[in-house]
Design a protein around this ligand. Structure first.
Ligand code: GCV
Length: 856
């Protein structure tokens, strides 16, 4: 039963009262705030020596937001002391729409044309006393202008000669949340929903207000609140009333809300006999529902639809097309709302024995024939690649295949297949590659995807970019560095011409430091992170090679093969890769316009990074990097894991130069990633080593000097088990402690005397907090709790975790011992220890022997 909610506000945007603003801005005790992300206090050594004295020319709710934000920015970033030691200079800041500014200040050069949602920032040095003008084409534009001003200030730019205007490239700049009414989030990795709990909208919407502020600060104007696997309950009136509170909370920042709806809602919610989109009663039901929503939420943005996909109901049940379903909804929402109809429609019971079957073809096969049939307020929302947010995919050919339809590109901020925020993977370079990908249509003209999305290429009225964000209550995205992805998505949706590196820099300056060296280090780490992740997971177009029928996290190469999900990479003893060519394969290549099709048709012209997505090649086939396919797979995994280890050192170089809390938060995450990258490296390389029977030229695969297997140790209490898939553990085996108290594994050291770094590879299971102690000759060197929340409840590559103990002095005959104390389902499972010659311990007082760091 829904919990009682306060009565909803009187409706009509104009009627939204000042009291709402007070509620929205004053959020005492709000634990989750926008300043945990990039809207932070100044990261500069010296604040600019002026303060802004704001005056707002209008009275709208968003103008009040702009005013409030200006005051906040003043406090966060300005008010330093001038070089001569004087206090901050006061500068008038005038805020308004361009019309208001033109009227109030007739002598300043207000731009004649400013596109919707655009802004103009002007430093008026001509007057006796300098002043600053921030003008919006409209109210949202004013908010974006204020945020842009502070972005410039926060990144250390001089604003005292500013005369700059900007407007968004895309109309649709949305985030999607896959939140369920019960408070869970599908593919969310940062805790529970800020919107829902226990079937209802949460009473405390303070974090929602902070989220809207974050979104507005990067120009995002829409938020689809609920999972695309939509729970129909949310369309019931009582819930819509609750959802109106969310809309009220986000509205002051110009963020409109939207809802995912299931196509069978007329039956499940409305009690009709059918949900056939052609049925008159069904149409009438959607119209009434839309009217009801608009009465509660006058600026409601629209519906997102996942239909006939992964078990969701859809028009195919009535022999109707997606266009017919989309148009029924669109007609109900017209003229104000839009339908974002997802092209992520495919058969997940594909026949894997059929060499012509190909999931990658599905979106184009289904939607291209419908081009021109969609109502003007339907936007087809297409994932950036033809499969499903893999570590790398080619651009979806559908973008070029809908010249008569508005389109949006869907990207994933939440890192479902890219490390689930436990791995640093900055995704802007991936998105940017797609945005800049040129299809050369319609007449061989330059037509990058971004021009298709903005509507320019095919002269469509709208379009844009949607980022599946899935922020939660745990510091938005749990990992501080993952927030660069949310930031970048907003910035690219505003201006797809920005480059990924300058966005990273902008973000780092606001979030971490304005120190040039720090910025350079963070920037480099971010830019190297996606290639690194791709290298140690699924390079050369193999897709992520993760457990696709389970967690989508750790390595499980075979899980994508021989099932109906169609994420095949088609590996056998002779070769690997999907032949998608026109001549011999699934003909997917033929869905691209001619110039692109020619590129991918032959292995000679296909770029290495996509080679195995398009071609099935023998393992000894040379790639353009000069190495064979198999050697490339081996090398890539070793290089990627080495790069992940470097990220730890890069971050350590920032010690003492950045906020110590941030430093301490990020370091164990990177250490974890470095360890998990080794799990990935070993799993994938050993899998292909075994399958192909071909050696690694550098003899690294299957040959790990310094590794001491748990199953070969002297065991007390521990039992040897097989790990599945076998490649997720060294030699396919591990030990688990089924005893009630501690178990132990012991080895006698026989190597050369000297300092060693000791990696302890264990399995950190979710349901319980096992404890480990590492001893040398009985003395405790390190102890830690296995307290991470990793996927899977059995030991495997999802939860295989490495703890590295540095600089341990060893001599032959030393007894090395790992003690594991189980807890609950976490049986202190252990894979191996690995000894690598390390640096001597630093001189001076030694660190306390017990190291306990929480893992992500
Ligand atoms: C919301 C992938 C995810 C699903 C998700 C789906 C989609 O398959 O694993 O959790 O469902 O994409 O985008 O609809």
């Amino acid at each position: 039963m829904p919990s009682p909610m306060p009565p909803t506000m009187p409706k009509g945007i104009a009627a939204l009262s000042f009291s709402l603003l007070v509620v929205t801005f004053l959020s005492p005790g709000c634990a989750q705030t926008a300043d945990q992300a990039w809207l932070r206090p100044s990261t500069m050594d010296h604040r600019p020596a002026f303060t802004l004295e704001p005056r707002v020319l209008g009275f709208g709710i968003m103008e009040q937001t702009a005013l409030r934000e200006l005051k906040d920015g003043n406090a966060r970033l300005l008010g330093g002391v001038s070089d001569s030691g004087e206090g901050a200079q006061k500068v008038d800041a005038i805020l308004g729409t361009v019309d208001e500014v033109r009227q109030a200040l007739p002598n300043i050069p207000v731009p004649a044309v400013l596109p919707p949602e655009g802004y103009w920032i002007y430093w008026n040095g001509a007057a006796d006393k300098p002043s600053l003008v921030v003008a919006g084409a409209d109210h949202p534009g004013l908010i974006y202008g204020v945020f842009a001003l502070f972005r410039l200030i926060a990144t250390g730019q001089d604003i005292t000669r500013l005369d700059v205007s900007a407007a968004p490239a895309f109309r649709i700049r949305w985030v999607d949340q896959w939140d369920n009414p019960d408070g869970t989030i599908e593919r969310g990795y940062a805790g529970r929903s800020i919107f829902f709990e226990g079937g209802d909208v949460r009473q405390d919407l303070a974090p929602v207000s902070e989220y809207a502020r974050l979104l507005a600060s990067v120009g995002i104007n829409g938020c689809n609140l609920n999972n695309v696997n939509a729970n129909p309950d949310l369309l019931k009136h009582a819930h819509l009333e609750q959802i109106a509170r969310i809309a009220d909370t986000m509205r002051p920042w110009g963020v409109h809300i939207a809802l995912s709806v299931a196509v069978d809602s007329p039956q499940t919610v409305g009690g009709l006999a059918t949900s056939d989109p052609h049925d008159a009663a069904v149409k009438a039901w959607w119209e009434a529902k839309a009217k009801e929503i608009f009465q509660l939420i006058p600026d409601f943005a629209g519906f997102t639809v996942k239909a006939d996909s992964e078990g969701q109901p859809g028009p195919s049940s009535y022999n109707r097309t997606p266009a017919e379903a989309a148009n029924t909804l669109a007609s109900a929402l017209a003229p104000h709302g839009v339908v974002l109809y997802r092209s992520f429609v495919y058969n997940h019971h594909l026949d894997w024995t059929n060499p012509k079957a190909d999931r990658a073809r599905a979106a184009f096969d289904i939607f291209h024939p419908l081009d021109g049939l969609f109502a003007p307020n339907v936007i087809i929302q297409t994932k950036e690649g033809p499969i499903d947010f893999q570590a790398r995919e080619p651009v979806s050919p559908l973008f070029a295949g809908l010249p008569h339809t508005s389109q949006a590109m869907e990207v994933q901020i939440t890192q479902e297949y890219t490390g689930q925020q436990r791995h640093l993977v900055y995704l802007a370079p991936m998105w940017k590659e797609v945005l800049d990908f040129d299809f050369h249509v319609p007449f061989n003209d330059p037509s990058p995807v971004q021009a298709i999305l903005s509507g320019l290429t095919f002269q469509q009225p709208t379009g844009g970019m949607v980022g599946v964000a899935n922020i939660g209550r745990d510091a938005w995205l749990a990992s501080p560095l993952a927030l660069a992805n949310l930031y970048a998505m907003g910035r690219l949706a505003w201006d797809p011409n920005l480059d990924a590196e300058s966005i990273a820099e902008e973000w780092a300056r606001q979030t971490i430091s304005n120190d040039a060296e720090v910025v350079h280090t963070v920037d480099t780490m971010l830019m190297e992170s996606w290639p690194a992740y791709e290298s140690y997971t699924g390079p050369f177009g193999l897709q992520t090679l993760t457990d696709i029928t389970g967690s989508h996290y750790g390595p499980n190469v075979e899980s994508s093969e021989r099932n109906g999900w169609g994420q095949w990479h088609n590996a056998d003893e002779q070769g690997v890769g999907m032949d998608r060519s026109l001549a011999y394969g699934t003909r997917f290549v033929d869905q691209y316009p001619p110039q692109t099709a020619r590129l991918y048709e032959s292995p000679i012209s296909t770029p290495d990074e996509l080679m195995l997505f398009f071609h099935h090649l023998p393992y000894n086939h040379p790639l353009s990097n000069g190495k064979s396919v198999i050697q490339s797979i081996y090398d890539s995994h070793f290089e990627g894991a080495a790069k992940a280890a470097e990220f730890v050192q890069d971050w350590e170089s920032l010690k003492g130069r950045i906020d110590p809390k941030l430093y301490a938060d990020v370091l164990p995450r990177l250490e974890y990633q470095a360890g998990h990258a080794i799990v990935w490296r070993d799993a994938v390389t050993q899998y292909f080593h075994k399958l192909s029977g071909l050696p690694d030229e550098e003899d690294r695969v299957g040959n790990y000097p310094g590794r001491l297997e748990a199953e070969a140790a002297r065991l007390t209490g521990y039992k040897v088990i097989d790990i599945r898939p076998w490649e997720d553990a060294s030699q396919g085996k591990a030990v688990i402690c089924d005893a009630a108290s501690a178990c132990a594994a012991e080895w006698t050291f026989t190597g050369k005397p000297g300092p060693y770094d000791i990696g302890v590879q264990y399995f950190d299971l979710r349901d319980g907090v096992a404890r480990f102690t590492f001893r040398v000759n009985g003395q405790s060197i390190a102890a830690w709790s296995a307290d991470a929340s990793l996927p899977s409840i059995i030991p495997n590559g999802d939860n295989s975790t490495r703890r590295t103990i540095q600089s341990v002095a060893l001599k032959p005959g030393d007894i090395l011992r790992v003690e594991g104390t189980p807890d609950g389902q976490d049986r202190a499972a252990l894979d191996y220890i690995e000894l690598t010659p390390g640096a001597p311990p630093p001189a001076g007082p030694s660190e306390p022997p017990t190291v306990i760091r929480s893992l992500p």
